[in-house]
Design a protein around this ligand. Sequence first.
Ligand SMILES: C[S@@+](CC[C@H](N)C(=O)[O-])C[C@H]1O[C@@H](n2cnc3c(N)ncnc32)[C@H](O)[C@@H]1O
Length: 208
Amino acid sequence: MTKFWEKAFKEKQEMWGHVPANSAELAKDFFKKHHVKDVLIPGIGYGRNAKTFIENGIKVTGIEISETAIEIAKKYFGDELTIHHGSVTEMPFDNTLYDGIFCYGLIYLLDQDERQKLIQDCYKQLKDDGFMFFTAITKAAKTYGQGIQISKDRFEMFGGVKIYFYDDESIKEEFGDVGLFEVTDVEENYPFYLIKCRKGMNSHFKMT
Ligand SMILES: C[S@@+](CC[C@H](N)C(=O)[O-])C[C@H]1O[C@@H](n2cnc3c(N)ncnc32)[C@H](O)[C@@H]1O
């Protein structure tokens, strides 16, 4: 994973531009409304989604596996943004409890055990009543079923990336115990789910 992402950021640098993803804007609006002040972003890349939170007075801390991505982020944000270097599989990187977690474009890159660990580690780093939002690629994506199948709904493609495609069932299975309260469809470069959980809430799953 490290090699793949290092190479990608070295070659393509700011490959998604600097406009935040639609999901980041939705999360920012929601977080602002709920007075979220301190957000953790696992798999932050070079920080394109951090910008909208910071501009709205929300403090951001990131976790990122690629040193090159972190260097690019430093160029833009300086000391405004702290990024821990390492894999989310090694979480936690600090003892902070956050009001919010926003995890974009990462969870579906992990295997089943790593996904479960990420969800649990994020939940542990939330304050009571805190929110964690994940984006996940759905089975409606054109790429679903392409490449080499590794396990159920997981395929290797794009020169070495492994992608797990979610549906209602797998969302319920993986997020059912961590305060899942809503799943929204969001169109990004792929059809995504925006999965919303709140610490301390009994899960009542709603698709919108
Ligand atoms: C699809 S990109 C999304 C980047 C960023 N969230 C954005 O939208 O601009 C996935 C990001 O997660 C990082 N990443 C992949 N595996 C990781 C891991 N195990 N731990 C931490 N970061 C990881 C990659 O380097 C990359 O920056």
